[in-house]
Design a binder for this molecule. Structure first.
Ligand code: FAD
Length: 307
């Protein structure tokens, strides 16, 4: 089976890898536009208190649990330590506050996830919170979970594409649009690629890729903002992922003495898991046991023909 994947941020790269490792002939077309979200994403991979939409809650939880297996599969395909290569590390997660009632509320909600999702939940006094995240203000206490990780989206995307290539996928640097009449894509270079299936994973550009086919999906650009701060000489490699309770802002750190502050969403977490589920769907394989929430993400919800 030949499958075209249009767009290779974390979503398209994950689909391409999952399809290729299951034996499909995969052709990826990606023109890395300015604004590609995967290059901007902060990299938090942990249970989210901000996601409440039925269906999405379950899919997101499954995606968090899926990460360690995705890292093992990636390492097997690349023949090297993928977790290190993509900056994936389980560093623990903190929710910080001065307000005891707020901490108690967050602790109760985190405990409700269960240990499979968040590991061990505990309260930290301000000194312990600063051990986990040394840049925290000295009067902030915290709720801590052991199962929280971070990943570098840029490096993850490259590793996913390298693993897809190792299974025979080809990647074109070009601009693509769906063909108006066939299961095919038309490229800006003038080439035309035909396939049995086309997966459109073009992020915020998805409506433009679908347009020649008369399909519409309500995807619009969303503003994201992030800062990368250098702390030369400081070992930040094991700093926890930290969120201030009552705010959607967060901080995390990577191995290269770098702290990231940001405001963003969830696609780096969802990518590897949903990539595998989309590959199942394209190949007609049965859904995974934990795919209960996927109906909520079905593009068919945008109208007939969107799938
Ligand atoms: C500031 C910020 C912080 C974030 N933090 C987190 C986080 O901590 N944790 C988390 O899980 N998520 C986070 N996210 C969200 C995450 O980064 C995105 O949800 C995810 O990267 C989206 O991936 P994507 O593949 O759908 O889209 P994109 O990465 O935008 O990829 C789409 C790709 O399609 C290509 N393309 C588009 N049109 C065409 C065309 N016509 N032809 C060829 N190629 C095309 C684009 O160039 C691009 O490469 C954050 C996002 C932002 C902005």
């Amino acid at each position: 089976m030949r499958v075209l994947v249009l767009g290779a941020g974390v979503a398209g790269a994950s689909v391409a890898w999952s399809l290729a490792r299951r034996g499909a002939e995969v052709v990826v077309v990606d023109r890395l536009h300015d604004g590609a979200a995967t290059l901007a994403g902060a990299g938090i991979v942990r249970a989210s208190l901000g996601i409440t939409e039925p269906g999405f809650v379950e899919a997101y939880a499954a995606a968090v649990r899926h990460y360690p297996r995705a890292m093992r599969d990636l390492a097997a395909d690349l023949g090297r330590d993928a977790a290190d290569e993509v900056g994936y590390r389980v560093v623990g997660g903190l929710w910080l506050s001065r307000d005891d009632a707020a901490l108690a509320g967050v602790e109760a909600r985190l405990r409700a996830f269960g240990p499979e999702q968040v590991g061990t939940v505990s309260r930290l006094d301000p000194a312990q919170a600063r051990e986990a995240f040394p840049a925290a203000a000295p009067d902030l206490a915290a709720v801590h979970v052991t199962r929280a990780a971070r990943v570098d989206g840029r490096r993850l995307r490259l590793a996913l594409l390298a693993a897809a290539r190792a299974h025979g996928a080809t990647v074109h640097d070009d601009d693509a649009r769906l063909s108006p009449d066939r299961t095919a894509a038309e490229l800006a270079s003038g080439d035309r690629l035909e396939a049995d299936h086309v997966v459109v994973a073009a992020g915020t550009w998805t409506p433009a890729v679908l347009a020649p086919r008369g399909l519409g999906v309500p995807i619009t650009p969303q503003r994201g903002q992030i800062s990368h701060l250098g702390l030369p000489g400081t070992d930040t490699s094991h700093w926890a992922v930290a969120t201030a309770i009552g705010s959607s802002h967060y901080l995390l750190a990577f191995d290269d003495s770098r702290v990231v502050t940001g405001y963003g969403a969830s696609g780096l977490t969802l990518g590897p898991y949903l990539g595998e589920r989309v590959a199942d769907d394209v190949l007609g394989l049965p859904s995974a046991d934990d795919a209960a929430g996927l109906a909520a993400l079905d593009p068919a919800r945008f109208g007939a023909g969107a799938r």
